[in-house]
Design a protein around this ligand. Structure first.
Ligand SMILES: Nc1ncnc2c1ncn2[C@@H]1O[C@H](COP(=O)(O)OP(=O)(O)O)[C@@H](O)[C@H]1O
Ligand SMILES: [Mg+2]
Length: 389
């Protein structure tokens, strides 16, 4: 059996010929290495179980802090789902079982559904896209003038209907929306409910399962749509948190796996400083990976045989930026933690807390009180005929 000591000995894990390769090849090799780590495996399994169940949720929300590896996991889910449908695609090559899209942040004040539908149609290979335009009739007489950008000619409703049809004909089963939190960028919070209504009705009309991938902001869905909660499941992809049991060991082991894949003459030995790497990444594996990639590139440029913690510290995130990332993560984790069953009991027993009357504004103008029988001031009638007494 391997002892703890042996397990931590750095051991090169890359094709040795890479040491003679170009800077780009070496960096690209490391960049494209994806590692399995325990929190990723937990989240991936949970997501696949939710997506594989016929009575499962219609919306699966994958959420976690920035740089934890959400997009990377979404790609893995995409590949796995496509693989599950290999045989069906072979029988019907027009089938597009999984659609993936990035929700683009709004240019103006609110999320642009028209643009979103248009991009989805484009991805789904909708060849008639250019014909879904509401063009002025006279336009036909001047074909040379007929070139407005397609997305500007169609209404959101036209595109939405086209998308529903397209999803049905392509037999699309899953729609993965990365950066899903951009959907929540609306002018006023009152509109949030409508954002989710749109998604919900898409799942109802087409039977597609939507996978929303994004930051913890996505959890606000739960506060805006009780209906969507009923039909959805949240899959957290968490950062490592040394306050939790086993996380220190798993983080160190992910660090070891990554360092061993860095194509350097001498394999780095960073694990003894795992605590420092934890501090400087907030426990997010994606941030760690990007940081090590930067170290690798610089080390090659500077003709170094290896990298150590001191060298790595030159390329670490600054503490201020890190504070923002960690604060956001902590706030999200607090949102994620469920309320106790007791608070549900209290809610059901007592109902909503009473709204306490607002205290009277002392600056508000008061109408002077009149004695009983005193007339309210009225304007006497003027003009017209006066009947002489
Ligand atoms: N399991 C993993 N193994 C290796 N690299 C990873 C892994 N997860 C994420 N990364 C890398 O970390 C970086 C950030 O990951 P990303 O998925 O974009 O994070 P997020 O979407 O949560 O912000 C990317 O460069 C990605 O390739
Ligand atoms: Mg991402």
């Amino acid at each position: 059996m391997k002892t703890q000591q042996q397990a931590n000995v750095p051991k090169a894990d890359f094709p040795p010929e890479l040491l003679q390769a170009s800077l780009k090849e070496r960096v690209d090799y490391f960049k494209t290495r994806l590692i399995d780590h325990s929190l990723l495996n937990v989240a991936f399994k949970k997501a696949m179980a939710a997506l594989g169940s016929s009575s499962g949720p219609r919306v699966v929300t994958i959420t976690g802090p920035t740089g934890v590896g959400k997009t990377t996991m979404a790609r893995r889910i995409y590949r796995q789902l496509m693989k599950n449908y290999e045989a069906e695609i072979a029988a019907d090559p027009s089938m597009v079982p999984v659609l993936g899209i990035n929700a683009i942040p709004p240019n103006g004040t609110s999320f642009n559904w028209k643009d979103f539908y248009f991009r989805l149609l484009e991805k789904n290979g909708d060849v008639l896209l250019d014909h879904k335009l509401n063009l002025p009739r006279q336009g036909n007489m001047f074909p040379e003038l007929l070139s407005p950008p397609p997305s500007e000619g169609a209404t959101a409703d036209t595109l939405r209907r086209a998308l529903e049809k397209c999803i049905r004909t392509r037999r699309t089963k899953f729609l993965i929306v990365d950066e899903g939190h951009h959907l929540m960028m609306v002018k006023d919070d009152g509109r949030l409910e409508y954002q989710f209504e749109s998604l919900k009705s898409l799942t109802i009309e087409t039977d597609v399962i939507i996978v929303l991938v994004g930051t913890y902001r996505l959890l606000d869905i739960r506060e805006h749509s009780g209906q969507l909660v009923r039909r959805s499941e949240v899959v957290p992809l968490s950062r490592y948190d040394f306050r939790r049991q086993g996380h220190k060991h798993s983080f160190a082991s992910a660090l070891a796996t990554l360092q061993n894949k860095m194509p350097l003459e001498e394999t780095p030995d960073l694990v003894p400083d795992a605590e420092y790497f934890y501090l400087k990444t907030g426990g997010c594996i994606g941030i760690l990976k990007d940081w090590l990639t930067r170290c690798l590139e610089q080390a090659i440029l500077e003709n170094r045989k290896t990298v150590d913690t001191e060298f790595a510290s030159r390329f670490a995130l600054d503490n201020k930026g890190l504070t923002t990332i960690i604060e956001e993560a902590l706030a999200g984790e607090a949102k994620l933690s469920d309320v106790s069953l007791d608070s549900i009991k209290t809610l059901l027993a007592d109902g909503m807390p009473k709204v306490i009357d607002a205290p009277e504004d002392p600056n508000k103008k008061k109408t002077p009180k009149r004695r009983v029988g005193e007339r309210n001031p009225v304007r006497d009638q003027t003009g017209g005929f006066h009947v002489a007494p």
